[in-house]
Design a protein around this ligand. Structure first.
Ligand code: PLP
Length: 372
């Protein structure tokens, strides 16, 4: 269907082509090229951090964060159950025990009030994940981490340009991570970044990203790393996108406000919260949650949207309900009712950077049709 409205389309109309051509003209296409360093430096400055380490994707950034912080088998890390599998996978692969927290029904972020009761003598870190457009309430997390001597890994994959009480998301973790997948506010096709302030930690992340090659004896390894390097081609895109980040945030906020104006009269539908005391939504995606009074679930709703030419994506499926983790014997008997409900009743509608006002209006029309 030619007038199908995809769930996401990036906007690449700035200096992307110019910088990519520069890569081709100069022959710098690998991770050794100059754009990588430039992108790392400018991105780190943008989030008020001293160091940026560009990587192949946001999932790899989390793998590196867990190992860089020397989390070990048997350590516990607290994280939300309502998130992408990359978060829990980075822990499970390292033998670290993921300890889950339910979601908040209004912000969809982790329920910060539940964190303290899950801290044990084995807890070593809290992995915070900002979900869909609003940041997690960071002050209580930072205070708990301080009180108990815990590290904070801040997964800011969805939060480019977002702020918590005026401070950039990505400035709160011992290590914070980002993704640059094309549905993000800033894309490099595939890509990610770790940011931190400690120079030794930054060096360790750089080494883990690059197979832990050594400077003196290159092919002699003291530790196992990954090849998670970002190419100069990706960084070229990233630089061009970073130049427009403020504009992208404004575009997405305008999209979110437009959708809310169009949809707020509809009963039986929960829309994203516009703001909290500490942040304005940046609408990474515009999520909808069906009221329990509706007889159909998110899956049926998404089928109906597809039949009307509108792309959607389901909400995250909770970690404690993942078959892969159940097979490993993880989370047996655990239940997190808010996340379970969000997974079954929630999905998001087209929220990409290229969405036009006309498309948003058409999508809103389909929402009304599908729900009636
Ligand atoms: C919260 C969160 N963390 C991590 C990731 C993983 O990033 P990537 O797709 O770049 O591996 C994503 C991807 O969307 C995400 O939303």
């Amino acid at each position: 269907m030619s007038d199908f409205i995809p769930v996401n389309e990036p906007l690449l109309g700035g200096n992307e082509k110019k910088y990519l051509l520069e890569c081709i003209d100069t022959g710098w296409i690998s991770s050794e090229g100059p754009f990588v360093k430039q992108f790392e430096e400018l991105f780190a400055i943008r989030v008020d951090r001293s160091h940026g380490i560009a990587v192949a994707n946001g999932s790899g950034a989390l793998d590196i964060a867990v190992q860089a912080l020397r989390l070990e088998p048997g350590d516990e890390v607290i994280l939300p159950t309502f998130t992408i599998i990359s978060c829990a996978a980075s822990l499970v692969r390292a033998g670290v025990i993921p300890v889950l927290i339910d979601a908040d029904p209004v912000t969809w972020n982790m329920n910060v009030e539940q964190v303290a009761e899950r801290i044990t003598v084995r807890t070593k870190a809290i992995m915070v994940v900002h979900i869909y457009g609003l940041p997690v309430d960071m002050d209580p997390i930072v205070e708990l981490a301080h009180q108990h001597g815990l590290k904070v890994i801040e997964d800011a994959a969805e939060m480019h340009g977002q702020r918590y009480n005026g401070k950039p998301c990505g400035s709160f973790g011992d290590i914070s991570t980002f993704s640059f997948y094309p549905n993000k506010h800033l894309t490099t096709g595939e890509g990610g970044m770790l940011v931190c302030d400690d120079p030794e930690l930054a060096e360790r992340c750089r080494s883990l990203r690059n197979l832990c090659f050594q400077t003196k004896k290159r092919f002699v390894h003291e530790e196992l790393g990954w090849n998670y390097r970002m190419t100069n081609l990706q960084a070229a895109l990233g630089l061009a996108q970073l130049e427009r980040l403020d504009e992208f945030v404004l575009r997405k906020r305008a999209m979110g406000e437009r959708y809310t104006a169009l949809l707020k009269e509809i009963d039986l539908l929960q829309l994203p919260l516009e703001r909290t005391d500490y942040a304005e939504n940046i609408y990474w995606v515009y999520g909808l949650v069906l009221d329990d009074a509706l007889t159909f679930d998110a899956e049926e709703a998404m089928n109906r949207f597809a039949a009307n030419g509108v792309g959607t994506r389901p909400f995250f499926w909770p970690m404690h309900e993942q078959p892969v983790f159940k097979k490993m014997g993880l989370f047996a008997g655990e239940s997190y009712p808010v996340a379970e409900r969000l997974a079954r009743r929630g999905f998001y509608i087209p929220s990409g950077m290229s969405l036009s006002e006309l498309q948003a209006e058409r999508v809103a029309g389909v929402v009304k049709k599908v729900l009636s």
